[in-house]
Design a binder for this molecule. Sequence first.
Ligand SMILES: Nc1ncnc2c1ncn2[C@@H]1O[C@H](COP(=O)(O)OP(=O)(O)OP(=O)(O)O)[C@@H](O)[C@H]1O
Ligand SMILES: [Mg+2]
Length: 602
Amino acid sequence: MLKLFRQAFRILEARDVSRVYRLLALSIVAALVEVLGIGSIAPFIAMLTNPELIDTNPYLNEAYTRLGFSDPMAFLSLLAGIVVSIAVIRNVLFMFSQWLSSLYLSLFKHHLSTRLLTTYLAQPYSFFLNRNTVELQRNVVEETNKVIDGVIRPIIGLLTQLITCFLIIALLVVVRPIVALVTLGALGGFYLTIYSLANNRLQRLSVLRRAYRSRRFQLASEALSGIKPLILSGQQQGYAGDFEKNSLSNAIAEAKGAAISAIPRYVVESIAMVGLILFTLYEIIVNGRGTSVLPLVALYLFAGYRLLPALQSLYFNLTKIRFESASFDVVYRHLSDLTGKLPPKRTHDGFELQTGIELSNVSFTYPKAEKPTIVDVSLTIGAKQSVAFVGRSGAGKSTLVDLILGLLETDQGRIQIDGRPLEDAKPSWQAAIGYVPQHIYLSDDSIARNIAFGIDSSEIDHVKVVCAAKTAEVHDYVVNQLASGYDTLIGERGVRLSGGQRQRIGIARALYRNPSILVLDEATSALDNATENVVMDAIQKLSRNLTIVLIAHRTTTVQSCDKIFVLSNGRIVDEGDYLSLSSKSAEFRALANLSKTKVTGR
Ligand SMILES: Nc1ncnc2c1ncn2[C@@H]1O[C@H](COP(=O)(O)OP(=O)(O)OP(=O)(O)O)[C@@H](O)[C@H]1O
Ligand SMILES: [Mg+2]
């Protein structure tokens, strides 16, 4: 538990930790006023039931004469005034601290989730290869809230209530040590017993519930994002059923956790009630006291009225922290293990490839993969050349391109850009690349904003958008077919566009950046031959200043390339231009034949 406390403070930013201290300081003041309020009840009730106390009680008498009172009623009014003022001050303080803690906790959530997303965004591409992004999304938007509501808030509450309980008990000890200690022993012992019984169970529930919640989230996300195949295969029932099972288990785990936290309260209240009645009877019958016991009973009532909820919250918060610890662990681990800062905002700094790209003996194995995907590849790509990688599916084309892009890091060998190691040249290198991935991600936004992707709306250059769209052969479609033209919203991941239109938007996006290197990974695979030719021609026309790296299935696409590399099982098996490969490379001929049968077979 102590470890968790330390970690909890470490997960907060420095300014937030000082906010926690501020809250605690306020709570101590509030608790002191609280105890003062409870303490002021006894003399007031005593005076009410027995006005002669002014003469008999030395303290009251001292106050009465010192303050120059002559009328007992006036003195009583003063006492009443004090009781009321303390109560009002207490409530104002609590209102203020409530407001402050709501504000601070919201700020903590905001800081934590922003920091977690920033941390993820600062990770290299390889970090995401073996991770489920739905899970990461959930950590950012959901688990961070759990961490604040389930761990940070309870810890602040816990400390506050510890102070309150301590002060109230101190007051009771001053008034009647034996009664106070017996009460404390009984109530504290009860809560401690329950907590130690529940501790392990809560921890187990916490882990289970996190697993159920995670699965639930994943099922919903998978089902909805893969709705098309799901409808066709008619497996909706399966998903709904799985979801229901996990959702139910999650609900039950949640209910158990909540019950363990809430139920002891009622037992304790019953014990306290019985205790108070027994105490009163004992004082009246055994000690023979009459109404003179009333002030004490009033004091206990008020003290109990504050102490019991504080004790219950103490216990509640302890169990809550246990219950949410699984969420906390994940967020803590990610925040403390992952380092790295966001790279500065990049703009194309005019980098032009001078000599070219050189790969020497490059090998690469994916994390957790058994075999290397790229094996001992050496090649050069000249500046302003257009080159292509061809090869069967799974040959390693996309992986090789990811290495050249600097998204993945080589295990062996090196990649040089104009003679400089890729690592050193990376910021300007990557900023100079226009990349059209095999799977284009479009956001649910307008066409213009998808083409000028990641650029502030106010900074979008519409002339450039249109120019890029024209080269990518999508301008006519946008202007003639879409009512709102470039402002048309394209739906989630571009559902309102055809596959080929999506690809062309992707190409326009790459061109918008005025790249000096254009990398197309199967970027024209969804286009019909005629459209593909038009797009490729337009791109080739740009190519006087452009280095082009192309991946294609169809060998027709690569006809005009200066050099073609044939990849097989992660190795370059042949290279040359279209004509020489057609005559000398069996693998290339096989690929060309495959694509020919594919074309004619349609
Ligand atoms: N993240 C990954 N972890 C492990 N193995 C991977 C990963 N990504 C790809 N691979 C494997 O690496 C090999 C090469 O994949 P790659 O995507 O480079 O092929 P490709 O030549 O682009 O194929 P395609 O033409 O089908 O796109 C494949 O066998 C694939 O299973
Ligand atoms: Mg690929």
